[in-house]
Design a protein around this ligand. Structure first.
Ligand code: NAP
Length: 552
């Protein structure tokens, strides 16, 4: 490692996922000296850690890619509509190589603490490995879903078989052949992993606490010529993404019609609302457009009556897919609305339960997991379930977990964990009052997890880089969110989430922190969309960084 003297930087960036990578590249371009500290042994963040079977992105690959380099856009070819984890990791590695990012990155170093020195006006970041780095600014590029949640079941260390967590999957191949594999969790990770593990394992035992609404990915290989058309359209794609609600436009290339082609009958569009349809028409629309149509009706997201109709239709359709009516009933989500949780996108999840080697354990019937034993687990009703391998697909301490696990100390010795005791408070999800010169990329209070995160990352990185350049240009050295601006922003974030399915009283989701025992129930992301949010950030910057205190 570099000598102590060399370890002083303009900016220290925590995390070498896509956010940290682009932040480094951007700052280098501005002539700033930056260093990235990363716990893993290489770049990739989410795509480095989540290597479980079936892992793939739920945003179209062409749109889930960096826009900052036209050359990069033109040289990279995706192979599927929604890319699988190995392909995304390959892309991320290509970006790291292409822009020579690793020379300013330190791997296998987990940041344990960061503290602001008010006199020196700099941050000191220290790692579990004993290194320390000082910098004028600190950027937390620590990701929203990067702190795995592993419930503490009594007896967990007694289990004699192999144990994995989807969010910390090993690089080496895992051999499922002939094994009985228990998977705890039926969120996005479990839903993706179960059908793929079932193809290899002797038996899969899916241990489900809450059934999910899951929608088919309809993934496929990109047909010949797709990438050429996408490359020609990239400028428009990016523009439309930035001006959209979620940063996803579901791009489809417009192909020239073959010569002499007779125009076909135009495809009917699904109705805008579910309430305007008769029961028969609703069924017809599901037959015509598939399961996904249910989340496309606008009233499903705003009107509880419309939502309940959609939920009932969902359950009916599910019963047609799963052969065993008792299993179909166990898989059917009830008592919470569609749109409350992050939509799960699957490939043949329900069909996996028609396989003879897949069994469902419904914890709503057996009672919660009481303990892990040497050979399996015991549920509250006394039943003992035996298996050889245990996979935790139990998610993450989302949005705040990665930040709170570090000992972050701001002005006046104030700890972030204390400040956030009742839930996260930020200004724009970019800064935290009391923690000068520290920025968070896709922090709580920004669209982050409600958006195509690459679009949000690029917007945050560009905003932070512009801000640092402004400070330099005006001979300013300190920027800190004002307490009042932060309070107003928190109130605004709560206000716009009111009346949506995200905050319905029956909703329990990781957006609200309800998956972590004791975590305050606060809706953390900003629902108004990436376009509105970008406008607000830009206006604030144009207004001399309104709501931020700037000092020399
Ligand atoms: P998750 O959605 O939080 O799901 C965790 C699962 O574990 C839930 O079914 C949960 O049940 C269960 N669980 C947690 N604690 C439990 C306990 N003590 N006993 C029994 N069951 C327990 O986590 P995830 O599946 O990893 O997904 C998290 C997010 O990551 C997704 O929403 C998505 O944003 C992202 N992700 C995306 C993709 C993709 O792009 N397709 C893939 C994977 C992940 P409850 O529901 O009852 O809490």
């Amino acid at each position: 490692m570099a000598s102590q003297e060399q370890q002083k930087y303009d900016v220290v960036i925590v995390g070498a996922g896509m956010a940290g990578m682009y932040m480094l590249h951007k700052l280098r371009g501005q002539g700033m000296r930056a260093i990235v500290i990363e716990a893993g042994s290489d770049v990739g963040g989410t795509w480095y850690w989540n290597r479980y079977p079936g892992c793939r992105c739920d945003v179209p690959s062409v749109e889930y890619s960096f826009s900052f380099s036209k050359e990069l856009e033109q040289e990279w070819n995706w192979t599927e509509i929604m890319a699988a984890q190995p392909e995304i990791l390959e892309y991320v590695n290509h970006v790291a190589d292409r822009f020579d990012l690793r020379r300013d990155m330190v791997f296998n170093s987990r940041v344990s603490a960061a503290s602001f020195d008010e006199d020196a006006k700099h941050w000191t970041v220290t790692t579990e490995q004993g290194e320390s780095y000082t910098a004028d600014f600190c950027v937390m590029a620590t990701g929203c879903l990067s702190m795995p949640n592993k419930p503490e079941f009594p007896g967990a260390d007694r289990f004699k078989g192999e144990v994995y967590h989807t969010g910390m999957w090993p690089k080496e191949a895992v051999d499922f052949a002939g094994k009985r594999v228990a998977v705890i969790g039926s969120g996005s990770s479990g839903v993706q992993a179960i059908p793929v593990i079932a193809e290899q394992a002797g038996e899969v035992i899916a241990i489900q606490r809450s059934p999910v609404y899951t929608f088919p990915a309809n993934n496929r290989k990109l047909e010949d010529g797709y990438m050429d058309l996408a490359k020609a359209d990239y400028a428009t794609i990016r523009e439309q993404q930035r001006n959209s609600q979620t940063g996803i436009i579901y791009y489809s290339p417009r192909r020239p019609k073959p010569e002499g082609a007779v125009p076909g009958k135009p495809k009917r569009r699904p109705s805008k609302t579910i309430l305007e349809l008769t029961p028969e028409q609703r069924k017809q629309e599901i037959r015509d457009f598939g399961f996904n149509v249910l989340s496309q009706y606008v009233d499903v997201h705003t009107d509880p009556e419309a939502n309940e109709i959609a939920c009932e239709l969902y359950r009916e359709t599910l019963r047609e897919l799963v052969k065993d009516p008792a299993v179909a009933d166990q898989l059917a989500p009830k008592n919470y609305p569609i749109g409350c949780k992050r939509p799960v996108i699957d490939t043949d999840y329900y069909l996996a339960f028609n396989r003879p080697n897949v069994r469902l354990v419904d914890l709503r019937e057996t009672g919660p997991i009481e303990e892990i034993t040497e050979t399996g687990l015991r549920t509250q009703n006394g039943a003992h379930i035996e298996f050889d391998m245990l996979v935790y697909a139990t998610g993450f301490d989302a949005m705040t977990g990665a930040l709170k696990r570090m000992d972050i100390t701001g002005r006046g010795g104030r700890k972030l964990v204390e400040k956030w005791e009742d839930g996260p408070r930020t200004y724009l999800g970019l800064q935290i009052s009391g923690f000068p010169n520290m920025f968070t990329i896709t922090g709580p209070g920004s669209p982050s997890v409600l958006s195509n995160v690459i679009v949000s990352i690029e917007q945050h990185v560009d905003w932070i880089a512009d801000c640092l350049s402004y400070l330099r240009g005006h001979d300013l050295h300190v920027i800190e969110a004002e307490e009042q601006a932060e309070s107003d922003w928190v109130a605004h974030v709560n206000e716009v989430a009111k009346g949506t399915m995200f905050t319905a009283p029956t909703c329990n989701s990781w957006y609200l922190g309800s998956n972590i025992p004791g975590k305050p129930r606060i809706f953390m992301p900003y629902v108004a969309g990436v376009h509105t949010y970008r406008q607000k950030c830009d206006e604030i910057a144009a207004d001399g960084y309104r709501g931020f205190a700037l000092a020399g």
